[in-house]
Design a protein around this ligand. Structure first.
Ligand SMILES: Nc1ncnc2c1ncn2[C@@H]1O[C@H](COP(=O)(O)OP(=O)(O)OP(=O)(O)O)[C@@H](O)[C@H]1O
Ligand SMILES: [Mg+2]
Length: 267
């Protein structure tokens, strides 16, 4: 395959209903630092899409645009067909309930217990009384395979793998349709990393989630991604399956995927 943009032919057929997130001609600059230039990417319902690229290429920034934390200088980011930045507060809040996020650093509230961290988005809604919140939190804890007795621990008392699980439970609190994960397995040992990947796959299946994740980890990529988008030189240079990616003749892709080629041959 050539260096040109590579996209799975099937992608073009998705109807508007199937597009959960539509990033159109996004440009991002921080002073002189041009991070994205005319970047386009679609996330389809049911995707497990990996966003990869070298450190500092703008992956987290793109996720932050998608979840409405930041705004590109030009272009549009449509989530469930709507522009998060152009909406009124109440509608924006409702749209934000449809996705869950696990940040790169776990980002739990350090002063709150595991229970209160997971309960946080539920309490924010002001729709449930505490007995319902208790049941919902305990359910989410069991979904991520943590024991009820872990509920009273503080983040500082958790292992790295547990922090990720609590972060995932909090991301799932509002039963989102889209799960956004930034480096979900970074800092985990191989066993914990595998467990976490299995958990995400299982949840994707049982809850019908769409998953968008960023990773530098080749094992995570090879075992979780159904589609891969490569961010390089300020835009998406490829959007295709892993197997198709392994064939791409682009210097960055060749370098980045050296190790994945041999793994894929074994799959
Ligand atoms: N708030 C900000 N102000 C100024 N520059 C920023 C800001 N956020 C990100 N950047 C810059 O934008 C670029 C992309 O950063 P980003 O965090 O998106 O990279 P990344 O691809 O997620 O990297 P990594 O793989 O290391 O996590 C970097 O050059 C970074 O310094
Ligand atoms: Mg990042």
């Amino acid at each position: 395959m050539s260096e040109d943009f590579i996209q799975n032919a099937a992608d073009g057929d998705a109807s508007d209903q199937d597009i959960i997130c539509d990033i159109q001609n996004v440009c991002t600059e921080f002073g002189d630092n041009i991070v994205h230039h005319n970047l386009n990417l679609k996330v389809k319902r049911g995707d497990i899409l990996a966003l990869v690229g070298r450190s500092g290429c703008g992956k987290t920034t793109l996720l932050r645009h998608i979840i409405g934390l930041t705004k590109p200088i030009s272009g549009n980011v449509l989530l469930f067909g709507q522009n998060l930045h152009a909406m009124e507060r109440v509608a924006q809040r409702r749209l934000m309930d449809r996705f869950g996020v696990l940040f790169q650093q776990g980002a739990l509230f350090s002063a709150l217990s595991v229970f209160d961290n997971i309960a946080f988005p539920l309490r924010e809604l002001k729709q449930f009384d505490e007995s319902i919140i208790y049941q919902l939190v305990m359910h989410k804890l069991s979904l991520v395979e943590l024991e009820p007795r872990n509920a009273d621990l503080l983040p500082a008392e958790l292992s790295g793998g547990m922090v990720k699980r609590v972060g995932l439970a909090r991301a799932l609190a509002l039963e989102p349709e889209l799960l956004v994960l930034d480096e979900p397995t970074a800092g985990l040992d191989p066993d914990r990393s595998h467990n976490f990947i299995d958990l995400v796959k299982q949840l994707k299946k049982s809850l019908g989630l769409t998953v968008l994740f960023v990773t530098h980890d080749m094992d995570t990529l090879a075992s979780l991604a159904e589609r891969v988008a490569v961010l390089e030189d300020k835009h998406i240079i490829a959007d295709c399956s892993l197997h198709e990616l392994a064939e791409i003749d682009h210097p960055f892709v060749i370098n980045f995927f050296q190790s994945i080629r041999s793994r894929l041959e074994r799959l």
